[in-house]
Every structure is written in C-alpha cells, then in structure tokens.
Design a protein. Sequence first.
Length: 308
Amino acid sequence: MKQMSTPVLKAVAAGGAVAVAGFVALFVFHLVMQRDPSLPTMFADLCETFGDALALPIMTGALVYALTRLPSTSREGVYAASAAAAGGATGALTQLVRLADGAHELTWAHPRPHHFTAAGIYHAVFLTVMCAVTAALWTLALRRLVRAHPEGEGTKPARRALCVGLAGGLSFVVLLMMDDWKFLSTTSGATVLAATAAATVLTVCLFVVVMLRGHRRRRGLQAGLRHGRHDRSHPGSLRPCRETSLRPPRTDLSASGGSGPGPHTRLRRRPADLRTQPARAGLRAGDLAPPVRVRARRPEWVGTQQGD
C-alpha cells in the first residue's frame, strides 16, 4: 500500500505546489496591492484563474506521477537541462517582448507601458520557471515511456497519466488563446501565441509518436507470445512457451534384461568400455543417450560363450 500511494502523494504535492505558487500567490498580491480600479483584475483573465488554479496543477501532477511509475534512463540530466533551458528561454522571451511592447492591454499587473508591478514581475518569473519545468518534465516522461517495457508494471498507469497531463496542458493553451487572441495584431500577442502554438504542436507530435511506437511494440510482443517466442529483455513477465521436447524417451537397460531398451525403460549413459566396443555388449551406437553415468553390466551371453 505504501509503494502504491507514494506516486500519488508526489503527484498531489507537485500539483499543490504549482497551484500555491501560481494562483494563490497572485491572489495574495491582488488582495494586498493598491491597484487602479479601472484596470482589469486577475479574474478577467481565464489563464490566470482557471489555468493557474486547475490546468497547470493537473498537468504537473500527472507528469510527476508518470515519472515515478517509469524506470529511469541514462543521461536524463542532459536531456532535462537542455529542455529546461529551451523552455525557460521561450518563456522569458515572451515576457520581455510584452514589457517592451507599448500597445499591449494594460492590466492590474501591467498598469502602464513598459512597467510591471511587483505582481507582474512575480508572474513573469513564475511563467518563465513553469515553462522550464514543464519542458523538462515532458522530455523526461516521454523519454522514459519510449524506453520502458510495453508490458511493465508502471507503463500502463504512466500512459494514462500522460494522457491526463496532455489534456491539462491543452486546456491551459485554450484558455491562453482565448485571453490573447484579441491581441494578435500586437507584437507581444503574436509572440505569445506563436511560441505557445509551436510548443504545443511539438509536444503533441512527440506524444503521438511515443504512443504509436509503444502500441507497435505491444502488438509485436503479443504476436511473439502467440508464436511461442520468448522476450529475453524482460524475463518473468511473459507466458512460458508451449513447445514439445525433442529429447528421446528415456529407457532403462535393467528393465529389458540387458539386451536393449524396453518399452517403459530409461536410457542411461554408456560406459567407456561399451562406447569403444558396442557390438560386444549387444548394443547399437544409437540406443543409448547421455543423461547419467552407471556402472557397466556384463551381458550373460558373453559368459556362456566363454564357458562353452
């Protein structure tokens, strides 16, 4: 029970941290700051309310859950750092363009052109950090999923979690588009929408490719099981092959009186002297099979000839 609950607790903690750092912190700024009542508040933006309070926490929690259920891979730090750098740079670029653009709509966090309040600066930093974290989490999750065994213990729950995470991310993108679509003619609005669209298309394409590859691997694995092939890369997870044995039936020379294999007898290893002279013991070379060593038994007819 403890092992099963640990991924869920980590996912809830990650989602809660994002909700507190995003929506709750901005709401505190909204309460304590002096603002112009004529400017739109934070509740005028769907992205700052439903996006920061629901969509981003759900996506982050789902990604963390998927990562805890999938085995780690090599060189994850390099891939995570590269993705985080690209995502953080994209997020910072959108905020710098918005700050430099004087035609963007003024809000409670952006009360006049080329100026951010404390809430605006905090939101810009939060957005940049979230872009970096989201890019790193998606990169690691997709990399682990594509390298995981298709029938592994945590692969199926991880795939479901990634589907939930993709739904949360797309919901946030839709809310962002609804807020900034009217500013498409401005430089900042066009930059934000272009960067969001590019990141979304790239993530969805990678997600589809990884899912299709995993589906083909599962189908190939099921076909191999039907044909009796064994997967050596993941022992113990597949059904044993039902094959017929090619060993000859075992017989015992004692049951046949020493003259050859009987109907219900077991073959034993031929001693060295009988292997060199099989005709002397009245045996053929193919009558005996390898498994165990026994003492040679002298046939009775040899003694009878010597007595005669």
